[in-house]
Write a protein that binds this ligand. Structure first.
Ligand SMILES: Nc1nc2c(c(=O)[nH]1)N[C@H]1C(S)=C(S)[C@@H](COP(=O)(O)OP(=O)(O)OC[C@H]3O[C@@H](n4cnc5c(=O)[nH]c(N)nc54)[C@H](O)[C@@H]3O)O[C@H]1N2
Ligand SMILES: Nc1nc2c(c(=O)[nH]1)N[C@H]1C(S)=C(S)[C@@H](COP(=O)(O)OP(=O)(O)OC[C@H]3O[C@@H](n4cnc5c(=O)[nH]c(N)nc54)[C@H](O)[C@@H]3O)O[C@H]1N2
Ligand code: SF4
Ligand SMILES: [Mo]
Length: 656
C-alpha cells in the first residue's frame, strides 16, 4: 500500500490558519489532523475542521458544472459539461461587455478560503477580470473599519505577536471570544497566568473562563476605553517617557480623555462606575497589559474609532514598548507578500469603478449607475452572510443578471445562479495561507485528486481566458508560478518542505503613535480619537449575531452533524427583557425590524445584559424558514472604510 503524509493548511476565515497533515493511502485521504510541529496549531484542529474530510467527500458536494433549469431561487439545475459551461459564460460575457462595457461585471470574492491562490487574499481570476476591464471588488464584510482605525493610530494594522500574550500580566479580552472563534490563542493566554478580563456584552464561553467579565452596551467600547484612560491619567500612571518619545498629539488627546469621567462613561456604557474605576486602577498598576480585540467589536457605526482608541491605550501606559504588552487585532499587516504581482492591476485597459461587498443588494438594484449585468460569486455566500438578506435576494432574482457561482455546496446563493461551477477543496489544490492570528505563512500542498470534475479557481479562470480567446501569458501562469511571484523574498522551498514559516513582524507603531491623526483628518474624520455612538436607534433590543461554535460563517451550515450539535436557531434574551414581552424560555419567537424578520426559539438567560439580545451567524436560510438574522441587518457603513455593521442592529422580539 502507498502511504504518504501531505502538509496542508486550513483555508477558512479564522485567525488560527492551522497547519495540517493529510494521511493519504493509495490516493485516498484517510486522515486529517493538526500539525504537531506548528507552534500555534500544536496538533489540534477544531470542532468544525475535524469534520473537513467528511465535507470533502460529502454526498451533497458539488461535483459537476450545473445550469439552472427552474426560476431563480428554485435551486433546480441540470448537469452540463465544462465545455458547455465555459461556452455559455464566454458568450454571455462577450455580449455584456459589448453592450454595457467591462464594468458591468462584478467578481464578488468571499472569505470561504483565505488562500492567496484560490481564495480571498489573492482575488483569483483578477488578472482575467482586469483584462476585461471588470469592476473591482472591495471586501468590506469583515475587518476593514478596525484596520483603518489602527492604521491612523499606528501606521499599521499589525499589532503585537500573539505568542507574546504569554508574557502579559493582565489581558483584556475585548470583544473577542477566542474559545469559539480561534481557540489556539488560548494556550498563550493560559501560559501567561495573567489576570483575565472579558469585555463583551454577552457572557461567552471565553467570559466564563476569565477572572472578571464586564458587559458594556454594544458599540460603546471607545467610551469605555476613554473612561479607563481617565482613571489611569488621574492616577498619574501614564508613561511620560514613552509618550514624549514615541507619540504625537498627547496634550490634545489628554484633553479628550478628561471629557470621559467615570460617571459619564458609566452612563454611556452601562457599566457601573466602580467597575470602571477598579479596572482603570488595575491597568494603571499592571505592566505589561495586553489587549486582544478581534473583528466582532468593530461591526458597529463607531467600529473604526473603537480600535483607534484601543490602540492608544498601550500608547499611554507605554505597553507598546514592553514584551507582552500592546494590542493584537490581526497580524495580517505584518506579511509583506507581493499581492500586486498576483492581481496585476497593470493589465487594466483603463481605471475601473469599485463595488463594495456589503452593498450588494443596493448595487444590484441600483437603477441610476451603470448596471451590474454579470456577477461571479467566488467562495462567498452573500444570501447567508451579507447584510439585508431580502434585498440581496431581490437583487439576485433579477432576470437580466447573469450569475455564475463557484462553490463546494448548494448554498442559498447557489439557488440564484445561472451557472454553477464545482470548485476544489483545500486537499485538492495548491495554496498559501497567512495567519491573521499568528505570524506564520502556511503551505498547502495538494494531497488528493479532486472529486468529480471539480477545478481549482485558478484553473477555472485559466480555462475561461482560453475560451474567451485571450492570449496574454499572465493569464496562464501555473499555480506554482503564482506562488513564486507572491512569495518573492521568502524562502518558498523551505516553506514547502516544512509546511510553515514564521515571518518577522514589522515595527509597531510603524513610526510614531498618532494620538492626533492628520491622515484621519484628511479622510474627513475627527483628528482625535473619540466616541462614535451606534447608528441603529429606536426602542428595540440590540441584537448581536456573533460566531457560532459549530459553523464558520455559513461554511458547514449543511453538515448534518454540526447542524445537529448547533441545535435550533435561538435568540438569547435577558429575563427582564423577556418578561417585559411576555416571552418564556423555549418560546418560538419572531425577530423583526423594518428590514426583515426571522424565526427563532427564545432562550431566557442572564448571559446577555439587559437591552441586548444574542444569536449566532452562519445558518442557511433554506433550513430556517427562508430567512436568517441577516434579514434584519442594515447595508450601512461603519465609520471607516465602508466596514460592515452586523452587531449595530435593533430588533423587536415577539412570541409567534
Ligand atoms: N467557530 C467560528 N469561528 C470563527 C467564525 C465563525 O463563524 N465561527 N468566524 C470567523 C471570522 S469571519 C472572523 S472575522 C473571526 C473573528 O471574529 P470575532 O471577532 O470573534 O467576531 P464575533 O464572534 O462577531 O465577535 C466576537 C465577540 O465580540 C462581541 N461583541 C459584539 N459587539 C461588541 C461590542 O460592541 N463591544 C464588545 N466589547 N464586544 C462586542 C460578541 O458578543 C462576541 O462575543 O472569527 C473567525 N472564527
Ligand atoms: N449576521 C452576521 N453576518 C455576518 C457576520 C456577523 O458577525 N454577523 N460576519 C461577517 C464576516 S466576519 C464574514 S468574514 C462574512 C463571510 O461571508 P462569506 O464571505 O460569504 O463567507 P461564507 O458564508 O463562509 O461563504 C463562503 C462560501 O465559500 C465556499 N468556499 C470555501 N472555499 C472555497 C474555495 O476554495 N472555492 C470556492 N469556489 N468556494 C469556496 C464555501 O463553501 C462557502 O459556501 O460573513 C459576515 N456575515
Ligand atoms: S477553523 Fe481555525 S481553528 Fe479550525 S482548523 Fe481552521 S484555522 Fe484551525
Ligand atoms: Mo470575518
Amino acid at each position: 500500500m502507498d502511504r504518504v503524509k501531505v502538509l496542508g493548511a486550513c483555508p477558512l476565515d479564522c485567525p488560527d490558519a492551522c497547519s495540517w497533515v493529510v494521511s493519504v493511502e493509495d490516493g485516498v485521504a484517510t486522515g486529517l489532523r493538526g500539525n504537531k510541529d506548528h507552534p500555534v496549531t500544536r496538533g489540534a484542529l477544531c470542532v468544525k475542521v475535524n469534520r473537513y474530510l467528511e465535507q470533502v467527500g460529502a454526498p451533497d458536494r458539488l461535483r459537476y458544472p450545473l445550469r439552472r433549469v427552474g426560476p431563480k431561487g428554485s435551486g433546480r439545475f441540470e448537469r452540463i459539461s465544462w465545455d458547455d459551461a465555459l461556452d455559455e459564460i464566454a458568450t454571455r460575457l462577450t455580449g455584456i461587455i459589448d453592450e454595457f462595457g467591462g464594468e458591468a461585471i462584478w467578481p464578488f470574492h468571499g472569505t470561504g478560503s483565505l488562500g492567496y491562490l484560490q481564495g480571498m487574499e489573492g482575488f483569483p481570476g483578477r488578472r482575467l477580470f482586469n483584462v476585461l476591464g471588470a469592476s473591482h471588488h472591495v471586501p468590506t464584510i469583515c475587518s476593514v473599519a478596525g484596520s483603518a482605525g489602527l492604521g491612523y493610530t499606528l501606521g499599521t494594522a499589525g499589532g503585537m505577536d500573539p505568542e507574546d500574550l504569554a508574557h502579559a500580566k493582565l489581558i483584556l479580552l475585548w470583544g473577542t471570544n477566542p474559545l469559539t472563534s480561534g481557540h489556539h490563542l488560548w494556550k498563550f493566554v493560559q501560559d501567561s497566568g495573567a489576570y483575565l478580563v472579558s469585555i463583551d456584552p454577552v457572557r461567552t464561553r471565553t467570559s466564563e473562563r476569565c477572572d472578571e467579565h464586564i458587559a458594556p452596551l454594544p458599540g460603546t467600547d471607545a467610551a469605555l476605553a476613554l473612561g479607563l484612560l481617565h482613571v489611569i491619567v488621574g492616577l498619574g500612571a501614564q508613561d511620560d517617557e514613552y509618550i514624549a518619545e514615541h507619540t504625537v498629539g498627547w496634550p490634545e488627546f489628554r484633553d479628550r480623555i478628561m471629557e470621559f469621567t467615570p460617571e459619564r462613561t458609566a452612563t454611556i456604557t452601562g457599566v457601573p462606575r466602580e467597575r470602571i474605576t477598579a479596572l482603570g486602577e488595575r491597568i494603571a498598576r499592571t505592566r505589561p497589559t495586553a489587549i486582544r480585540a478581534s473583528q466582532g467589536m468593530q461591526r458597529h457605526a463607531g467600529g473604526g474609532m473603537a480600535l483607534r482608541v484601543l490602540a492608544c491605550l498601550p500608547g499611554v501606559t507605554g505597553d507598546w514598548a514592553i514584551r507582552g504588552g500592546g494590542l493584537h487585532y490581526s497580524t495580517s499587516g505584518h506579511f509583506r507578500l507581493d499581492v500586486a504581482a498576483l492581481t496585476r492591476d497593470d493589465l487594466l485597459p483603463h481605471p475601473v469603478r469599485t463595488l463594495t461587498m456589503t452593498r450588494l443588494g443596493e448595487t444590484l438594484l441600483d437603477t441610476e449607475n451603470p448596471p451590474v449585468k454579470a456577477l461571479f460569486v467566488i467562495a462567498a455566500n452573500p444570501v447567508g452572510s451579507n447584510p439585508d438578506q431580502r434585498r440581496v435576494i431581490e437583487g439576485l432574482s433579477r432576470d437580466d443578471l447573469f450569475t455564475v457561482v463557484l462553490e463546494h455546496f448548494g448554498t442559498d446563493t447557489v439557488d440564484y445562479a445561472d451557472i454553477v461551477l464545482p470548485a476544489t477543496m483545500q486537499p485538492e489544490h495548491l495554496d498559501v495561507i497567512a495567519g491573521y492570528g499568528h505570524l506564520y505563512l502556511v503551505w498547502n500542498e495538494p494531497a488528493v485528486r479532486p472529486q468529480g470534475e471539480c477545478l481549482s479557481t485558478t484553473e477555472t479562470f485559466r480555462r475561461l481566458a482560453r475560451r474567451l480567446g485571450l492570449t496574454d501569458p499572465a493569464l496562464f501562469d501555473s499555480d506554482e508560478d503564482l506562488a513564486r511571484q507572491l512569495l518573492r523574498g521568502y524562502d518558498l522551498d523551505r516553506l514547502r518542505a516544512e509546511g510553515f514559516l514564521k515571518i518577522p513582524p514589522g515595527r509597531v507603531p510603524a513610526d510614531k503613535l498618532h494620538f492626533v491623526s492628520a491622515r484621519a483628518e484628511l479622510d474627513g474624520h475627527d483628528p482625535l480619537p473619540g466616541y462614535t455612538p451606534p447608528a441603529d436607534h429606536g426602542d428595540g433590543l440590540i441584537l448581536i449575531s456573533a460566531a457560532s461554535h459549530y459553523f464558520l460563517n455559513t461554511t458547514f451550515g449543511a453538515n448534518p452533524e454540526l447542524r445537529r450539535r448547533a441545535g435550533e436557531s435561538t435568540i438569547t434574551l435577558h429575563p427582564a427583557d423577556a418578561a417585559a414581552r411576555g416571552i418564556t424560555d423555549g418560546a418560538p419567537v419572531e425577530v423583526s425590524n423594518a428590514r426583515g424578520s426571522f424565526e427563532a426559539v427564545a432562550e431566557v438567560s442572564e448571559q446577555v445584559r439587559p437591552g441586548v439580545a444574542a444569536t449566532t451567524k452562519g445558518r442557511w436560510a433554506k433550513f430556517t424558514g427562508g430567512a436568517t438574522v441577516n434579514a434584519t441587518i442594515a447595508e450601512r457603513d461603519a465609520d471607516y472604510a465602508g466596514g460592515a455593521v452586523f452587531h449595530d442592529n435593533r430588533v423587536q422580539v415577539r412570541t409567534r
